[in-house]
Write a protein that binds this ligand. Structure first.
Ligand code: GAR
Length: 201
């Protein structure tokens, strides 16, 4: 059983989608720990609902970003995680963190990367006038939303869309894509070859 640690800053709907699939034994993974950088993150309450240990690690109490990342690494290592999932985690990780979990950190992002990295990806898609957007699950590297792409799902962008409406349409796909990718990883079907990710279906 693949042991998953989740980092989340907010609402936690992607975390919940993952927790549900694990609880229903739809995927061969178990979320063993959830960590947030926000005390009020709903993701922490979601973890509680599923009896998963949940921790608020306050970046402000550490002297540097590196020290804060050391605290994250230490907590995740305590739970012996095999995979780290960033599910709405809104901070850039220190290179030290990526080195601690080589090829074992993935992120979900609400655009078709490499288009619209960073904040407000759905707003960027509307402003950019694209006809399609979607979501991407990718390996995390030192950059912002720049790591090798594992999988993507596409949705149309409609003329009358607001940011909220488009975000909701994308989110529905995120809730399917993220657990699917975690399951592929649990089954050992995801291989990284340079920048290319090969999925053995
Ligand atoms: C999701 O849309 C996720 O893709 C996005 O934050 C939202 C979190 O929602 N992540 C990013 O923008 C990261 N760059 P959730 O807390 O309900 O899962």
């Amino acid at each position: 059983m693949l042991k998953v640690g989740v980092l989340a800053s907010g609402r936690g709907s992607n975390l919940e989608a993952l927790l549900k699939q694990c609880a229903n034994k739809k995927i061969a993974a178990q979320v063993v720990v959830v960590i947030s950088d926000k005390a009020e993150a709903k993701a922490l309450a979601k973890a509680d609902e599923y009896n998963v240990p949940a921790f608020f690690i306050d970046p402000k109490v550490y002297s540097s970003k590196t020290e804060y990342n050391r605290a994250l690494i230490s907590k995740l290592k305590n739970f012996k995680v095999d995979l780290v999932v960033l599910a709405g985690y809104m901070r850039i990780l220190d290179p030290l963190f990526i080195e601690a979990f080589p090829g074992k950190v993935i992120n979900i992002h609400p655009s078709l990367l490499p288009a619209f990295p960073g904040l407000n990806a759905q707003g960027q898609a509307l402003t950019g006038g694209v006809k399609y957007s979607g979501c991407t699950v990718h390996f995390v590297d030192e950059g912002m939303d720049t790591g090798p792409i594992i999988a993507q799902a596409v949705v149309p962008v409609l003329p009358e869309d607001t940011v909220e409406v488009l975000a909701q349409r994308i989110l529905a796909e995120e809730h399917i894509l993220l657990p699917k990718v975690v399951n592929w990883i649990a089954q050992g079907r995801v291989k990284l070859k340079g920048r290319q990710v090969v999925i053995n279906i």
